[in-house]
Design a protein around this ligand. Structure first.
Ligand SMILES: NC(=O)c1ccc[n+]([C@@H]2O[C@H](COP(=O)([O-])OP(=O)(O)OC[C@H]3O[C@@H](n4cnc5c(N)ncnc54)[C@H](OP(=O)(O)O)[C@@H]3O)[C@@H](O)[C@H]2O)c1
Length: 312
């Protein structure tokens, strides 16, 4: 059996359960492509899976390879693959219920990957799919954010937030962001009109009548967000379904977004990247063998943009 280097978990737990080791090399099934992974990136879901938080929902069989972002080159294609061919440079968000991309190879459905932005190397392309698709779907599919509207983005300096700020600004919306002080100039440079230091200012004291709130934090941040919305506005959480009763009591709407694959959206995002309108923000690149340190750094909760794992 052909093998590859991969990072796997054989049990749930802390960073120490991440093992850099030999694993079976996957084969593409019908409708799938085998990708030679060049880079992947760390998302909070990676360490949430590692700790076992999604084990009921996903019914994983261990060992499991984490990593649900990929940028790489199509190595081979399975039966029935029509759109992609061997040698294509692709990026995407693999199915979170299957093995991820902390590995030299991954087999994914053709419908999960698109041609990567031509102007970026694989490390930068791998920083995009999961976070950017989430931001896109929250702002445009759920909130239907339009030019001239105002959006409050919580966690604006993070993986999802850095894309959300850029997408909202590009749409012509006014962006108010929450972040700690060290990220304020950075977020203004991405397009935020106003940045609130959540450590020293209660956002609800200074923000009123916004059309939409994108909440990437939850807890009391979500609870305090109802009151800053205008009547008919919308609170979108990417962490949990907000209370429909509380929404009704405030005369607003709410939605929960769980990121879905979309080749059309990946294509559109690649176009925006290649035309210089959107850029991924990378805090640090680690080699795959240092996945523990990479996850540790993201789990600290203060990543600016993304942490990337370079495989090739
Ligand atoms: N539903 C979905 O499909 C989906 C998809 C992607 C992510 N998620 C979830 O969404 C959450 C965010 O993901 P992410 O990738 O953006 O995470 P991340 O990159 O790890 O977020 C880190 C950022 O959060 C900021 N932050 C921390 N506490 C804050 C607070 N109280 N107020 C405002 N900002 C705060 C930090 O800014 P400072 O350093 O300035 O404090 C940091 O830049 C995670 O829980 C993730 O699992 C869900």
């Amino acid at each position: 059996m052909a093998t590859m280097k991969a990072v796997r978990i054989h049990q749930y737990g802390g960073p120490e359960v991440l093992k850099y080791e030999d694993a079976p090399r996957p084969q593409p099934g019908p409708g799938e492509v085998l990708i030679r992974v060049h880079a992947t990136s760390v998302n909070p879901v990676d360490w949430k899976v590692r700790e076992g938080h999604l084990r009921e929902m996903m019914k994983y069989t261990l060992p499991l390879i984490p990593g649900w972002d990929v940028s790489g080159v199509v190595e081979s294609i399975g039966a029935g693959v029509m759109r992609l061919k061997t040698g294509d440079e692709v990026y995407g968000r693999p199915d979170i219920s299957r093995n991820g991309a902390y590995a030299e190879y991954i087999a994914v459905r053709e419908s999960e990957v698109a041609l990567k932005p031509k102007s970026l190397d694989h490390a930068h392309a791998a920083a995009i799919p999961l976070a950017a698709l989430t931001a896109w779907q929250a702002l445009f599919d759920a909130a239907k954010l339009a030019a001239g509207q105002t959006v409050l983005i919580h966690g604006a300096a993070g993986g999802v937030g850095t894309f959300a700020v850029q997408f909202a600004k590009l749409k012509g919306a006014r962006v108010i962001a929450t972040a700690s002080k060290k990220n304020h100039d950075f977020l203004r440079s991405l397009g935020a009109a106003e940045v609130i230091d959540y450590n020293t200012t209660k956002f609800e004291d200074v923000v009123h009548n916004v059309d939409a709130v994108l909440d990437t934090i939850t807890g009391e941040t979500m609870e305090r967000s109802w009151q800053v919305l205008k009547k008919g506005g919308i609170l979108v959480s990417i962490l949990q379904p907000p209370s429909a009763e509380k929404a009704a009591a405030h005369g607003v709407r709410c939605a929960h977004v769980f990121v879905q694959p979309s080749v059309a959206q990946l294509d559109e995002i690649a176009g925006l990247v290649d035309s210089g309108k959107i850029k991924p923000i990378i805090e640090r690149v680690y080699p795959l063998s240092e996945a523990r340190a990479a996850q540790d750094s993201n789990q600290g909760g203060h990543t600016r943009g993304k942490v990337v794992l370079k495989v090739l």
